[in-house]
Design a protein around this ligand. Structure first.
Ligand code: EPU
Length: 303
């Protein structure tokens, strides 16, 4: 494989460690290849490098919504650094524009928005991932999804190259995001959000309240990937269906559904990928039998 300055190609994944070390679920082996872009000026070389690996490409952010297979996953892991901390970059009518690198933690963005007196994001408090991961999944909670606030996104794809896409080119729906009419992979490099002005103290108070609410209802701080399944309809929470089907505390090997919130699957210590899959299939079958709903995964499976 051709060497390009600004892009590291690591065989055997040793540099960053296994996916068990790099995901909140704590499961997953050493990827076959890792490609790390640390100079975005060289990013045009990326499609060829990825093509040469002849492996499926998976983009890793903070690893908080991923269930990866053990052993040696035959994947090419793609990571990158922008170094772009959140900052105010302009104004548009009643909105202030805040730009942030996709590799930043969502919590860093929320704290900065509060410091700058920018409101609208506090419902996202307690979502653990990166800004890029939150955008890719259109993460949401307490009535707010990150996509609601996007003004534009800078992306890279083999088709578009580096492109700053206005909101009109993007589409967001429940736990989904995409570029209209675009096929194939793309990297989200940074985002510009349009936020209304508020009072810092009130925003911080709202952040605290959402966090407290979450702590009371969700097993935060455990080894999990958040909710395993999507809610099958806006007024039909998967957590309730799983709870009613008796899945709380259901176990397979080291994996278990939480007794606090039935849509959280926990790795209690030595959980394996196959334990997780067995538990997922059992839960699906029981919910289908009990309620007639077919649950779709919210976590990303890397097989
Ligand atoms: N419920 C139960 N039993 C349970 C869990 C929930 O009966 O074990 C009931 C609750 O009592 C409540 C309803 O189900 O009446 C909804 O529960 P909750 O308020 O916890 O919200 P959710 O729909 O389960 C969604 C998101 C969460 C997000 C919360 C808060 C999905 C799949 N989940 O959960 O996001 O934090 O709303 O807004 O959309 C995630 O995506 O990983 C995630 C955790």
């Amino acid at each position: 494989m051709q060497k390009v300055p600004g892009i590291d190609i690591i065989q055997g994944g040793r540099a960053g460690g296994s996916l068990a070390q790099r995901t909140s679920m704590g499961i997953g082996g050493m990827p076959e290849v890792e490609v790390r872009v640390f100079d975005l000026a060289k990013i045009d070389a990326l499609p060829k490098i990825l093509e040469d690996t002849a492996l499926p490409v998976h983009i890793l952010g903070a690893g908080t919504n991923i269930l990866a297979r053990d052993g040696a996953p035959q994947i090419c892991l793609l990571t990158f650094e922008t170094g772009l901390r959140p900052e105010v970059v302009g104004r548009e009518g009643e909105y202030t524009l805040m730009r942030c690198g996709a590799d930043m933690r969502l919590a860093v963005l929320l704290a900065k928005a509060a410091d700058c007196g920018l409101a609208g994001l506090s419902g996202l408090a307690g979502i653990p991932g990166s800004v890029g991961g939150a955008l890719a999944m259109n993460a949401g909670s307490y009535g707010t999804s990150i996509g609601d606030h996007v003004r534009s996104m800078r992306v890279f794809s083999p088709l578009l190259g580096l492109a700053d896409l206005p909101r009109e080119r993007l589409e967001f729906s429940y736990r989904r995001a995409g570029i209209k009419g675009h096929e194939g992979w793309y990297l989200i490099l940074d985002v510009t959000l349009a936020l209304k002005t508020g009072r810092t103290e009130e925003i911080r108070e709202h952040l605290r309240a959402c966090m407290e609410e979450k702590k009371a209802r969700q097993p935060l701080g455990t080894r999990s990937a958040g909710c395993v399944f999507k809610n099958p309809a806006p007024d039909v929470p998967a957590g309730r269906l799983l709870d009613e089907a008796g899945l709380k505390l259901e176990r397979e090997g080291g994996m278990m559904f939480s007794d606090i919130h039935a849509n959280f699957m926990l790795n209690t210590g030595n959980g394996l990928f196959r334990d997780a899959l067995t538990l997922i299939e059992r839960a699906r079958a029981r919910v289908l039998a009990a309620s007639g709903w077919n649950l779709d995964l919210e976590v990303k499976l890397w097989t």
